[in-house]
Design a binder for this molecule. Structure first.
Ligand code: FES
Ligand code: FES
Length: 167
């Protein structure tokens, strides 16, 4: 959803805010209708979070707000102030992948990779609340994340393998 387009330009309201992202405090001047997704990508340069549909249908924009997965394209940025935001940039590193990222590689759970950061963030939230969940739980937890490449079977196998190792 394009919040900035919901009101005539002359009526827009912009103010400076402060967001806690991946443990760092970041400031920006932000229209009250700007989405968290656009703030992260365009103002803070955190382009690992992807814009797919921009209307809450694909899950590519999933980030964590206080540890819970949210669709950042649907969340006005101002509503995320005073919460701890975690993006894919805080998960693992090039030198040391998070176990979920390593499992995605091992299980060949990506092709183009566009959906992958959202998949990882949803899977991480699921495993943090339900480590060791069964196949049906994995399927339900990941149902909001679409993959145009159709790597669902491998994605579920990757998530289940990490769950099994922790359960
Ligand atoms: S970009 Fe947010 S759900 Fe698709
Ligand atoms: S790997 Fe291409 S959309 Fe999922």
């Amino acid at each position: 959803m394009n919040y900035a387009g919901a009101m005539p330009a002359g009526k827009r309201s912009t103010s400076t805010g402060c967001w806690s992202v991946n443990g760092t405090s970041l400031e920006a001047s932000c229209d009250v209708r700007r989405s968290l997704l656009d703030l992260l990508r365009e103002d803070f340069g955190l382009s690992g979070t992807k814009k797919g549909c921009d209307r809450g249908e694909c899950g590519a924009c999933t980030v964590h707000l206080d540890g819970r997965p949210v669709l950042s394209c649907l969340m006005p940025a101002v509503m995320a102030e005073h919460h701890e935001i975690t993006t894919i940039e805080a998960i693992g590193s090039e030198d040391e992948l998070h176990p979920l990222q390593a499992a995605f590689v091992e299980h060949d759970a990506l092709q183009c990779g566009f959906c992958t950061s959202g998949q990882i963030m949803s899977a991480l939230a699921f495993l943090q609340r339900d480590a060791g969940g069964g196949a049906a739980d994995v399927r339900a937890a990941m149902s909001g994340n679409l993959c145009r490449c159709g790597a669902y079977q491998q994605i579920r196998a990757a998530v289940a393998s990490v769950g099994a190792s922790r359960g």
